[in-house]
Design a protein around this ligand. Structure first.
Ligand code: TMP
Length: 212
């Protein structure tokens, strides 16, 4: 039986520059000889991509928003991520459950209990093996969002207090699980960030391939 693949997630505020690094990390891993599924949330499946459109653009109650995030995630996990990992593929996922803790739990102030219950119900005992948190001061993230794409989605339109709470929730998740997280200071320039990512990925590949 193939050794289970490593499940890597990328997290951070809108404007942290995360998307810039996804393609680079994907290339890095493929060049290291790793077979990889690169995917994202919300999304990653035909149903999940439809839910993404609704989640990013249609007003809804907070509980509905949280349930739809987990509906998309459940579909993604069961039909794509879990089978890929079982076949030995690595999975690189742009956002995952930590984003629900940060955005719905922190930003929207739902708290952690409901999210922990949904997490435990949909995927007991599973979760990312390694999470890169692209962390920037709020002012940097806001400037990047304003300079970036066209029309802001429902999350990008939120105010500074929302993003302060979201960032704090991410930092709390990292403090509670320091072995899983890699903190990336995303206020640095791209070359410096790549040096850090390169070191982290090398160590991760070595660690994963030396496992019994
Ligand atoms: P993206 O812009 O990184 O693709 O993410 C889309 C938005 O969805 C982003 O603003 C964060 C938000 N989001 C949540 O609020 N909760 C979640 O569980 C996930 C996965 C994303």
């Amino acid at each position: 039986m193939a050794q289970r693949g490593c499940f890597i997630t990328l997290e951070g505020l809108d404007g942290a520059g995360k998307s810039t690094h996804v393609a680079w990390m994907t290339d890095w891993l493929r060049q290291a000889g790793i077979s990889l599924l690169c995917t994202r949330e919300p999304g990653g499946t035909p149903l999940g991509e439809q839910l993404r459109e609704i989640l990013l653009h249609q007003a809804m109650d907070l509980r509905t928003e949280t349930l739809l995030m987990f509906a998309a995630r459940n579909e993604h996990w069961r039909t794509h991520i879990q089978p890929a990992l079982a076949q030995g593929l690595w999975v690189l996922c742009d956002r995952y459950t930590d984003a629900s803790y940060a955005y719905q739990g922190g930003g929207r102030q739902l708290g952690t209990d409901a999210i922990a219950q949904l997490d435990a119900w949909t995927q007991p005992g599973h979760g990312p093996d390694c999470t890169f948190l692209f962390d920037v001061p709020l002012a940097v993230a806001r400037t990047r969002v304003q300079q970036g794409r066209g029309t802001a989605d429902r999350f990008e339109q939120e105010n500074a207090a929302f993003f302060e709470r979201t960032r704090q929730a991410y930092l709390d998740r990292m403090a509670a699980d320091p072995d899983r997280f890699r903190h990336i200071d995303a206020s640095h320039g791209i070359p410096e960030i790549r040096i850090r990512l390169d070191a982290c990925l090398q160590a991760l590949v070595q660690h994963w391939q030396s496992r019994p």
